[in-house]
Design a protein around this ligand. Structure first.
Ligand SMILES: Nc1ncnc2c1ncn2[C@@H]1O[C@H](COP(=O)(O)OP(=O)(O)OP(=O)(O)O)[C@@H](O)[C@H]1O
Length: 552
């Protein structure tokens, strides 16, 4: 079923809301600044009045008459004296201002003894890296002054460094990745392990800024994201690197709302990164990422899933509206991918003909087709052992020509299977994701750029980095999209995923199980002469029929 795109106002509503909030906050801050003296005097008058009341209450009853007489005489004297009332008002205001002043103890200026000790030891650790014997006025020297080089510092409540700006000599080779890596490693180790640090090198000013990054939230569950067609949310990241936010619901019953900055991947005809490669250690969450992408893709397109892991993690998608196939076996994978290659060619030819005739591209070339492959290297080994074709060889056409044909390929692979990935997969997957624990070298090899944050050893599943083409490297937390058929899945998360699944239009073929090729459905739709989404032309059915293998 084709779904209508969301109104545009909903797609950027989060950003507008954030801007309005920021405006309101600025207005409130300015009003507080202007009204500050008035607030102080009012507070002082209140304090004076309550002090007067206390004094009256503390005075024994037999002395109250004398007190009243004394106050009345003072009031009379003031009233009769020249400028008396004016002076009395000025004195009262001054007394109120003094009484109403903010009495919160001011934060101690500068670091305390333990913090000074931390800064000094950090300085000493940096001396061998930032000094040279020939330097007549070394910035760093044993017993030197740390205050000259640490221009800004902040500590967290546990006393560990949270933010630090370090000056270094101009001759330090800050352009060399190895030199930078040595300093980053040292600072990470000395400032406290187990936290994630971000390093920003300002080569012009010879300054390094170190910031401790708060962990990304792990409580974002699968849900309908407010995105435009062609946009896929890979996960959520730091607010500093991304301008946009998405409104989210969370909590057991979706009762809480908040905005979070997403990593949005754009696919389709105008995409510069039309295909994606996700890599991780086993259990890092790459299958979950694929499931999350599939659920979003099904809003506007059709999906073919090829699962080399063979653990049935995509069984919940079998037979759903828009799911053309869920393949766990080599023959089925070959059939589906061969069909996908022909379908890509068919779409290209049909679109070309339409261009030549001056017509818009036909409807059946515009519906996005997604090929999601989980661990295709498993099939590569099987195919070699069986003397059959490697399914990856069939990805060449969709990868090279998929973009104008609205065909998107997503490959998830484990680090140990990376060598088995074909050249086309490596070359044409310009959107990259790394999940789970990874060394700086592994991150750079997959993302094509260093991550600028220290990789931590213990990461929650679904946590990693994403880079779209030549863009910046983002930290990433994939929304929890567990397999609803897994016993370990909580009820709330199961329900969230089940609600996102399209209705089941094709009954699951019991005999063939999950290996059943759902391309039968495509054939039926094509024969049904439907011009709607997912339908195929007669040529395509012919091509598909030619490659389809007989099933027992
Ligand atoms: N983003 C996430 N948020 C919460 N839990 C997650 C997330 N991603 C994965 N998990 C959990 O981590 C476990 C492993 O996830 P998943 O199966 O996706 O990993 P994988 O990398 O595909 O590993 P494998 O290939 O071994 O199956 C599952 O229990 C899953 O529910």
């Amino acid at each position: 079923m084709a779904r209508r795109p969301l109104p545009r106002i909903l797609t950027n509503g989060g950003a507008q809301l954030a801007r309005s909030r920021e405006l309101a906050r600025t207005a409130a801050d300015s009003a507080t600044d202007v009204l500050h003296p008035l607030i102080t005097i009012t507070r002082g008058l209140r304090r004076l009045a309550s002090a007067g009341r206390r004094r009256w209450a503390d005075t024994p009853k037999d002395r109250r008459g004398a007190l009243l007489f004394m106050v009345a005489s003072v009031v009379l004297a003031v009233a009769l004296a020249p400028y008396g009332p004016l002076l009395a008002v000025v004195t009262l205001m001054a007394a109120a201002a003094w009484q109403g002043r903010d009495r919160a103890p001011s934060a101690p200026a500068g670091p305390d003894a333990s913090q000074i000790q931390r800064l000094k030891s950090l300085y000493d650790a940096l001396v061998p890296y930032f000094s040279a014997a020939e330097d007549p006025e070394p910035l760093y020297a044993h017993g030197g002054d740390w205050e000259k080089v640490f221009s800004e510092y902040e500590f967290d409540p546990t006393g560990r460094i949270a933010h630090l700006v370090i000056g270094y000599p101009a001759y330090f080779t800050d352009g060399e990745p190895e030199s930078r890596a040595r300093i980053e490693h040292l600072l990470g180790a000395k400032s406290g392990r187990g936290r994630e640090y971000q390093f920003v090198w300002d080569e012009e000013a010879n300054q390094l800024t170190v910031r401790v990054l708060a962990p990304l939230p792990t409580d974002i569950a699968a849900q309908p994201f407010v995105t435009a067609p062609g946009e896929t949310v890979l996960g959520f990241t730091d607010p500093t690197r991304v301008q946009r936010t998405l409104p989210l619901t969370h909590g057991t019953h979706g009762e809480e709302r908040r905005d979070a900055p997403p990593v949005v991947w754009r696919t389709g005809i105008r995409s510069t990164e039309p295909h994606l490669l996700a890599v991780g250690q086993p259990g890092s969450g790459t299958s979950t990422l694929l499931r999350s992408i599939a659920l979003q893709a099904l809003h506007h397109g059709d999906v073919v899933i090829v699962d080399g892991g063979g653990t049935g993690e995509y069984a919940c998608l079998t037979g759903r509206d828009g799911v053309l196939a869920v393949e766990c076996g080599l023959p089925g994978a070959l059939t589906s991918l061969e069909w996908a290659a022909h379908e890509t060619e068919r779409r290209l030819i049909a679109a070309n003909r339409a261009h030549q005739a001056g017509d818009p591209p036909p409807e059946d070339t515009r519906r996005p087709l997604w090929l999601l492959l989980d661990r295709p290297s498993a099939f590569t080994h099987l195919a070699a052992a069986d003397g059959r074709k490697d399914p990856q060889a069939l990805l060449g056409v969709p990868l090279r020509h998929g973009r104008p044909a609205n065909v998107t390929v997503v490959v998830a692979e484990q680090f140990d299977g990376l060598d088995s990935l074909g050249e086309a997969v490596r070359q044409h997957t310009r959107a990259r994701v790394v999940l789970g624990a990874a060394t700086a070298g592994q991150l750079e090899a997959v993302l094509g750029a260093p991550a600028h944050t220290t990789p931590v050893e213990q990461v929650p599943p679904g946590r990693g980095y994403a880079r779209l083409g030549g863009g910046p490297v983002h930290r990433l937390q994939v929304p929890a999209t567990p397999d609803p058929y897994d016993d370990a899945t909580s009820d709330a998360q199961r329900q969230a995923v089940l609600e996102l699944l399209p209705p089941r239009t094709t009954p699951v073929d019991e005999e063939a199980g999950v290996e059943a090729v759902r391309l039968d459905k495509v054939r039926e739709e094509a024969a049904g002469d439907g011009a709607g989404a997912g339908s195929l032309s007669v040529e395509a059915v012919g091509a598909e029929a030619a490659v389809a293998e007989p099933r027992s």
